[in-house]
Design a protein around this ligand. Structure first.
Ligand code: CIZ
Length: 311
């Protein structure tokens, strides 16, 4: 980085912090956001903890640094707050893999099934769900349902992870996936294991089943951060997006972390400091839905929050 860009970075950070104070705004950022975004954020976390925060923070303006569905979930939970996309173009490919119409058709084919939907879906899709989930509480939620048949959308990998815990239930999965976790191959983890045979293997449940099979523990990103902080182990292979490693290294200086280098989320990295400053200056782009969508989508999201964390 040149000195000029370092100056520019510092200038942006100062402006954001000042404007955030003036506006009495809060900045929420997902664990995959780049280091400088996490630095200016008030809270950093996984999808579930950010949803809980969006609902409970006292500020009335939220700048959300994460993909579209996370920002929109914040609006669903806090409809009277001004919720701003840090960058409206940060659209989660998995969330775009299923439409409301497609989910309606699935429900028509399986009228006796309950619908569990990952938060990684559009607000419209959420209107058709019985309950939402994240990777932290998907197992807990599906286990709790008093139904044999469950439609699980849109992540087929998370669906097959959940299925391991509920062998008696029929899980009807939509063939969606996270483009980043799908990139992580069994051979990547085996290579790291060969180089670091004593390392604990942490895998995200959005990874494919053959990768999950290699895990010592399967956790969401906040679950991984907590696990690493509390573990007596000293070395960890981390099967999720690359950025998480930086947090782990910062928080655990005595421990070693081995990432899968190619696991980089282009969507999340579309968010830049300039976007946050712009959002704070013009209070746009805002999330906006009809009252009907908010009302219908809020039900499964609130139901999920009542379950709390599962990891
Ligand atoms: O932060 C995570 O663990 C992700 C990527 C998903 C989730 O459900 O929170």
């Amino acid at each position: 980085m040149s000195f000029a860009s370092a100056d520019n970075l510092l200038d942006l950070v100062e402006k954001i912090i000042q404007l955030k104070r003036e506006r009495d705004a809060v900045i929420l950022a997902h664990n995959y956001q780049s280091h400088e975004i996490q630095f200016v954020a008030d809270y950093v976390g996984d999808t579930l903890s950010l949803a809980m925060l969006a609902k409970n923070v006292k500020q009335h303006i939220i700048v959300f640094c994460g993909p579209d569905f996370m920002v929109e979930t914040a609006k669903i939970l806090a409809p009277h707050k001004t919720v701003l996309y840090a960058n409206e173009n940060a659209k989660c490919p998995m969330a775009a893999m299923i439409t409301r119409e497609e989910l309606k058709t699935m429900k028509e084919i399986h009228p006796d099934a309950k619908v569990v939907g990952y938060l990684n879906t559009s607000a419209e899709c959420k209107c058709e769900m019985d309950v939402c989930c994240t990777s932290s509480n998907a197992v807990k939620i599906v286990t709790s349902l008093n139904t044999k048949k469950v439609i699980f959308v849109p992540d087929q990998n998370l669906a097959s992870y959940v299925k391991r815990f509920v062998p008696d239930k029929e899980i009807i999965a939509w063939p969606g996936f996270c483009t980043v976790h799908q990139m992580i191959q069994r051979s990547d983890i085996l290579k790291l294991t060969k180089a670091h045979p004593h390392a604990k293997i942490l895998i995200h449940p959005e990874c494919t089943p053959d990768v999950v099979d290699l895990a010592h523990v399967v956790l969401s990103t906040d679950g991984m951060l907590k696990y690493v902080a509390n573990s007596l182990e000293k070395e960890f292979i981390v099967g999720t997006e690359l950025e998480l490693i930086n947090r782990m290294m910062e928080d655990n200086p005595g421990k070693k972390f081995y990432p899968v280098e190619k696991a980089f989320c282009r969507t999340q990295k579309k968010i830049k400091l300039e976007n946050i400053l712009n959002a704070l200056e013009i209070l746009e782009p805002r999330v906006s839905f009809s009252e009907d969508v908010i009302e219908r989508a809020r039900h499964p999201v609130e139901k999920m929050l009542a379950f709390g964390r599962g990891d």
